[in-house]
Design a protein around this ligand. Sequence first.
Ligand code: MG
Ligand code: MG
Length: 255
Amino acid sequence: MSKTKNGIILKTAREIEIIKEGGKLLRQCLQLVREAAVERARTKDLDQLAYDFIVSHGGRPAFKGYRGFPATLCISVNEEVVHGIPNNRRLKAGDIVSVDCGLAWQGLIADSATTIAVGEIDPKLQKLLKVTEESLYLGIAQAQAGNYVQDISRAVQEHVEGHGFSVVRDLVGHGVGKDLHEEPQVPNYVSKDKGAKLEPGMVIAIEPMVNTGTFEVVSKRDGWTIVTLDKGHSAHFEHTVAITNNGPMILTNGE
Ligand code: MG
Ligand code: MG
């Protein structure tokens, strides 16, 4: 492990391999949650399912206890963007449910999120999910050595806004490794700062959060849940990705 001049911790090939092992387990965990996210399911039951799966396989839920967060998953329904706390809420047909999970494996963290449709959802929401996931993969395609973080941001933002949706500004992707949030920040929008130059050994979580209406968000009184200001729906897709000499390597797709 070594550090770049702007404080980014580079990972060895072995460390990247470990994150990929954890990422495989994480993918399986999210798949289980997807299958269980049906009408009438309580979000806290989904959380328990994820906790049991991770712990029984020798991993550690990386969110639990992070700055006091109480759960294994962040579960954010409809107008909730991210960081929702699992509770007694029962899912309804037509809901969209963003599920975010961090899994520590041999001391290294993999971070991934997906948004699930419960039953039949509105065609506009189907489009929201499709465009958000597409924007993630377009961002990943820019995660090339020699590019800048901003190349990722631009790819995400152009796709999202080209389809009439908006990208959240207040929350961003991030480096990930021993810590859940490391340098660099990975915004989903273009600012004046082109950000860090990408080099082999960097591991970053790319995570577009996309809203149907305004990009503005606010924090709920629980101190965690982020919701859209206009109560429009929001989707979230995330992968942990390594920058390599052979292009981006997705560590959380289960392959
Ligand atoms: Mg995440
Ligand atoms: Mg993340």
